[in-house]
Design a protein. Sequence first.
Length: 85
Amino acid sequence: MVRGCEWRIAKRLAEPPYSVQVHFVHEKDVPDSIWQIVGKFAETRSIGSYFHVQRAVSHDDPLVVFYRIEFWGYVRIYAFIDKEH
């Protein structure tokens, strides 16, 4: 899903040395620093009324990307495209 969003929005594939890291967490467990990133830097897109994507790009490396994906108004996924370590 993250790779498809990255292709549709940025027209790029997440290829090495970059990888996708997906995190399934409860909203109450998301650190405040993530909300600050989303609030300041994320661009929001909707694909239909049931699928919403927030995407924030790193200023230091535009290939490092944060995603918050919500679908059906209930399921939320957090993901990063970042350099492999």
